[in-house]
Design a protein around this ligand. Structure first.
Ligand SMILES: C[S@@+](CC[C@H](N)C(=O)[O-])C[C@H]1O[C@@H](n2cnc3c(N)ncnc32)[C@H](O)[C@@H]1O
Length: 218
């Protein structure tokens, strides 16, 4: 069994680490496609939780009013807020959002997962959509990054999410035998367009999952 971190990494770590996320990686590009499809060209306020260098802003339509929060903001801007969401509530002033996205973030949230789901639920407008990614720790050849501090099975994560949101859809970000994003042009192209669960294969080879959620139905 691999080591899972018990530590929370802070700004001095992330300000360096986030340089890896300046160039749009595969999951981020796919997330941008999903955001644009959900907004359908309409005006929408979006919050990017754990936005890193805010690369997503440059991949989405101008109809989407982008906001980002992160512990390590590189280039301050009115639409970015530097905040440690382990120490404080997730929010951006008193704004509410049509779309909230958190990708590559819940693996670093430690024991605060439920609190953060609850805070995000409060920030969603009535018909708002919450998009998140989470690593498939059931992968056949699972690879656990040493600094993850929140590692659990797909089923546990899904059950926890369902306590706060209605899960409209979930599907793999990509499939890969070696538990990393596709790196060949052809595979990237195909997998960019596949948003479905493949029986037997996906639970074993999905790299991460996207969950598309709405406010709970009463
Ligand atoms: C793996 S990166 C993902 C960045 C971006 N969402 C993407 O997918 O390219 C995780 C992000 O979470 C941020 N983060 C980690 N811990 C945080 C905390 N306690 N408070 C705020 N942001 C945090 C990091 O600075 C980093 O930008």
């Amino acid at each position: 069994m691999e080591q899972v971190s018990e530590q929370y990494y802070k700004r001095d770590f992330w300000i360096q680490e986030n340089l890896n996320y300046v160039k749009p990686h595969f999951r981020l590009q796919k997330a941008a496609r999903i955001v644009n499809a959900i907004a359908q060209g309409r005006q929408a306020d979006l919050l990017d939780v754990g936005c890193g260098p805010a690369t997503l802003k440059h991949l989405i339509g101008e109809n989407i009013n982008y906001h980002g929060v992160d512990i390590a903001i590189h280039n301050p801007a009115p639409y970015l807020l530097q905040t440690d969401f382990v120490e404080t509530t997730i929010r951006f002033g008193d704004k509410q959002f049509d779309i909230i996205i958190a990708q590559g973030v819940f693996e670093y949230i430690g024991e605060h997962q439920s609190d953060k789901f609850s805070e995000i639920q409060q920030l969603l407008k009535k018909n708002g959509i919450f998009i998140l990614s989470y690593v498939n720790f059931n992968h056949l050849h699972r690879d656990v990054y040493r600094i993850y501090n929140n590692v659990q099975s797909f089923d546990n994560f899904r059950r926890s999410l369902e306590r706060f949101f209605h899960i409209d859809r979930f599907f793999p970000t990509s499939h890969h035998w070696h538990h990393h994003e596709p790196n060949r042009k052809f595979m990237k192209h195909i997998q960019m367009h596949i948003n479905m669960n493949i029986p037997i294969l996906s639970p074993l080879l999905a790299v991460e999952y996207f969950f598309i959620c709405s406010r709970p139905r009463t």
